[in-house]
Design a protein around this ligand. Structure first.
Ligand code: GSH
Length: 379
């Protein structure tokens, strides 16, 4: 067993308060006891909750694995996801939409973050872990509650036999200290190809079309040429203000930062409501990647973000166009299989113990997204 002391690179976190650093575990020196020990350059393990600017605003740090080169063969790549995560869920949905389930396999984590080095008292990092559906239920990292895995968790990580997403990053010699999903994994080289969902989406959309189990699915194009820059233009509104905007509300640690994020979020939702009063999807009559991105925030909104992240000016079901649009997107073939309200609610309400210490999960409203919608009126 090798013990390695971490050297911290906190240059991106210069303004964290002492209490926040302690809460996230950033101040504690880390000693790895893992069989997959890292070099002495390892940055302190942390989560997105540590990414806070001086004014209390949540400042998400960019993904680091950005290769977009893949060999278009079946069986070489594996997607690791949490289906609670909106970004990862979108990547999994793209695989289904394109008919690539037999080409790119996947594993789904347990929804409740756990200590990733439970045997090391000096390492308090919590993150995604793998559990079999039949394993004992997990409590939150403060030992409250009891949350089981389910059939989506399957048999855990059958590819590398890792017990956490952190293990995969370390296997891939990532010393950055942040362990997010989605992860597109190269089984041949045993390393991460890409961990940025927008790029994984593009890879899935374009590189494996010949292998789609139904050729007509290979032709489904989430980035049709006629889209031009419209998807990117909308993304410049949707990502910072809605997708990431809900996190900017929920993780804000000052009133001012929260209020700014709240205003940006609801202004952008109003804009999308208006746009969707004129056309079926964001870019016209075709469902595209930008719909997939917006949908994954909208479907989590009423159950989680409105309550947990204090995004409570209005619910999505109070916007006639956004609500019907959410149902419409849910009913696109390949979309609903990755939606598990159990994973979504369990993850958010049980993983950030600083936000919900006892991990009590609100019962909330069960919305039937399979029910009729009015979007065909644009046909
Ligand atoms: N930019 C990344 C963000 C991914 C991300 O932040 N995923 C979250 C789950 S929603 C995560 O894994 N967080 C773990 C952590 O913060 O430690 C992407 O879009 O792929």
């Amino acid at each position: 067993m090798r013990a390695t002391y971490a050297v911290y690179n906190l240059s991106f976190l210069p303004h964290l308060s002492q209490s926040r650093l302690l809460y996230t575990g950033v101040l504690k020196p880390t000693r790895f006891n893992s069989s997959r020990s890292m070099s002495s350059k390892t940055t302190q393990a942390r989560t997105a909750l540590a990414e806070m600017a001086k004014d209390g605003a949540f400042a998400r740090v960019d993904s680091v694995h950005r290769s977009t080169t893949v060999e278009p063969v079946a069986g070489r790549y594996h997607l690791y996801v949490s289906v609670a995560c909106p970004w990862a869920c979108g990547a999994l949905q793209a695989i289904s939409i394109k008919g690539l389930n037999d080409v790119i396999s996947h594993s789904i984590t347990h929804p409740t973050w756990q200590r990733t080095r439970p045997d090391n008292p000096d390492d308090s990092h919590c993150g995604w872990v793998f559990r079999k559906a039949s394993d004992e239920p997990l409590s939150n990292s403060n030992s409250h509650g009891s949350f089981s895995g389910d059939e989506l968790c399957g048999s855990g990580d059958q590819i590398e036999g890792c017990s956490s997403i952190r293990d995969l990053y370390e296997l891939s010699e990532d010393t950055g200290g942040k362990y997010t999903t989605p992860v597109l994994w190269d089984k041949k080289l045993k390393k991460i190809v890409n961990n940025e969902s927008t790029e994984i989406l593009r890879i899935i959309n374009k590189d494996f079309n010949e292998l789609a189990n139904n050729k007509s699915l290979g032709l489904v194009d989430l980035y049709p040429e006629e889209l031009g820059e419209e998807g990117n233009r909308l993304n410049d509104i949707i990502y910072p203000n809605i997708n990431n905007g809900v996190y900017r509300c929920g993780f804000a640690s000052s009133q001012a930062a929260y209020e700014l994020a709240f205003k940006d979020l609801f202004d952008a939702l109003d804009q999308m409501e208006e746009l969707l009063s004129k056309q079926r999807y964001l870019c016209g009559s075709k469902f595209t990647w930008i719909d997939l991105r917006l949908f994954n925030t909208l479907i989590r909104f009423d159950e989680v973000y409105a309550v947990y992240f204090k995004c409570n000016k209005k619910l999505i079901r109070e916007y006639p166009n956004l609500f019907n649009y959410t149902k419409d997107c849910y009913q696109v073939k390949g979309m609903s299989g990755a939606i598990s309200m159990y994973h979504i609610k369990t993850h958010y309400y049980t993983s950030h113990v600083g936000l919900n210490q006892h991990s009590v999960v609100p019962l909330g409203n069960k919305i039937d997204y399979c029910s009729a919608h009015d979007r065909a009126r644009f046909e």
